[in-house]
Ligand binder design. Structure first.
Ligand SMILES: [Zn+2]
Length: 312
């Protein structure tokens, strides 16, 4: 957990980036950080996220009651609090309306998996969450079933929400989902979508495991790797249908997922297999490390050839 001063700086920086990238038009979007067990710093309502000052932010308790700040807290605080309540590990939440990911939200098209290595490693499968009226408790509850098994969700007819143990990673994951959705829309116009194979995805999961990043597919049937949604049991009420991006292979699962250890392929990263890379706490360094490891798996780039922001 970071201190309140750092949290104010981070929220303002994330707000500025969201606005500049067109992820939060006008006064849209909201951001929060856990600053104490029962205290949360959050953005105000009715203020552009691109031009906030530290004193504009509000502090609420775990019930959403405002305990500090001149301006009124975001109307979406219930969504943030339902995520914090579901997982003690979450310390930062970003909700916004990035256009490409929101296009998937509008057509109820689930985001396909097994296409881009970094999406597999950073996000895993991204759930498409059913619609409820924004600002309501029903809306806040829609994301709860997915909090433990994912870190980013598409909200039907609305936008995205990302949560993580630090705010900057939740923000980076918001960038990743929108960039990915943009690439998918472009690629589909250009030609055939090529999916990664089971072996390649298995290697990425092995890498995730080494880096200590949870992915529920590590404990599920083989057919869940790419062919079926891992969230199908939660999709009883609202079942999104992959029309634009059908899964790479048709296979049937029993419907109940055995939570057993998946057998993973050996991944040769060019260092002794017993030495897992140490995971940095700084999110920018973590992005760089993971990008390097992914590229090493794919054998495209030598280590050290990745930019500090994770670009290559
Ligand atoms: Zn919204």
């Amino acid at each position: 957990m970071i201190n309140e001063w750092q949290a104010r700086q981070q929220i303002i920086e994330v707000g500025r980036r969201l606005y500049q990238k067109g992820f939060a038009a006008a006064n849209d979007g909201n951001i929060s950080v856990r600053i104490d067990e029962d205290r949360f710093l959050c953005t105000p309502t009715g203020v552009s996220k691109g031009f906030m000052k530290p004193e504009d932010l509000c502090i609420v308790d775990g019930q959403g009651n405002q305990v500090a700040g001149e301006k009124k807290r975001t109307s979406e605080i219930k969504l943030h609090l339902s995520i914090y309540r579901t997982s003690d590990e979450v310390n930062g939440v970003v909700h916004c309306h990035p256009p490409h990911a929101t296009a998937f939200a509008i057509v109820h098209e689930p985001v396909p998996k097994c296409i881009l290595p970094e999406v597999e490693v950073f996000l895993g499968e991204v759930p498409l969450v059913k619609y409820e009226t924004p600002g309501t408790q029903d809306f806040a509850e829609t994301v709860v079933p997915y909090v433990h098994d994912s870190n980013t969700a598409i909200l039907a007819n609305h936008g995205t929400v990302a949560w993580h143990k630090d705010l900057m990673t939740a923000y980076f994951n918001t960038e990743i989902i929108d960039a990915y959705c943009r690439m998918l829309i472009l690629a589909r116009q250009l030609g055939t979508i090529n999916y990664l194979g089971e072996r390649q995805v298995g290697e990425l999961l092995a890498l995730k495991k080494r880096l200590g990043i949870h992915d529920p597919r590590l404990e599920m049937d083989d057919c869940d790797l790419c062919g079926n949604s891992i969230f199908r049991e939660g999709y009883t009420e609202f079942a999104p249908d992959n029309k634009a991006f059908p899964p790479p292979e048709a296979c049937s699962c029993s419907g109940t997922s055995p939570r057993a250890e998946r057998k993973l392929p050996e991944v040769d990263l060019g260092s002794p297999a017993t030495t897992a890379p140490s995971v940095p706490s700084d999110p920018e360094a973590l992005v760089k490390l993971i990008t390097e490891q992914v590229m090493k798996v794919l054998g495209n780039l030598p280590a050290g050839a990745v930019g500090a922001n994770g670009s290559y």
